[in-house]
Design a binder for this molecule. Sequence first.
Ligand code: CO8
Length: 256
Amino acid sequence: MTKHIHVYSVEEIGIIQLNRPAVLNALSREMVDEIVAQLASFDSDDRVRVIVMKGNERAFAAGADIEEMLEDTSLTLEMLNPFAAWDRISLIKKPIIAAVNGMALGGGFELALHCDLIVAAEDAKFGFPEVKLGVMPGAGGTQFLTRAMGRRKALEWIWLGEMMTAKEAKKFGVINRIVAPELVEEETMLIAKQLAKLPPVSLRLIKEAVHAAEDLSMQEGKQLERKNFYLLFSTEDQTEGMQAFKEKRPPNFKGK
Ligand code: CO8
């Protein structure tokens, strides 16, 4: 049973809907724990090939729950270690797509940035308003944004705490696609279904190699890529993919 998220599946797609509409899906710690537990559960569920995370029309999520943070001190945060839960999102191996309508702010923006792909409504708004609260992004925002748009642009956005339009976010490589608000879900599901037909082991080893490119040297990254490439030759899907090409028929990938 979950209190703050709604969970369901459509074919091979596992869907997590953030569900605290009264507070624009503000992320309480309990809610983050539910999201992370559900991601892990989908990740180990053979019936699920792709994960979608979405909010509602008004908000993906308007940040961490400010009410909850009001009483925090440096020491309570150190002892609580709230970001350990966020770190677990990076361990999810299946593709995760964020479908963003409305606002994705602060921790809500960071949650979207933890996803692999982001589809957004043309009127969606992204931003890190933390500076206006006397704090700063804490769940990876400075790192994700700098890697996407470079130091100068990232500083400008995070310092000023202004909202970024979907168009700007796309221009700076922060999100993947923009569509009309009413088409966000449809577009996200189209990508998810496309991914769900592709060989799952290839998808996860590609994700591992691409993510590693942000931390490793070129040589180390290429070594990892090579090992993953070799590994795929021990899958039935590699035989199926190449055989299907030879026989001029569509492949049927099994994730083995
Ligand atoms: N936390 C708690 N409640 C919130 C939050 C939030 N982040 N955002 C909105 N709400 C609540 C409002 O208090 C309001 O509740 P009520 O009806 O009881 O007064 C309700 O949601 C609706 O909000 P508004 O009436 O303010 O709606 P508006 O359309 O007028 O404004 C805004 C929408 C602009 C999004 C506005 O609500 C706002 O500025 N929200 C705060 C945004 C923000 O500063 N986010 C960053 C938070 S800090 C953070 O995310 C740190 C991340 C670090 C990682 C966290 C790990 C623990």
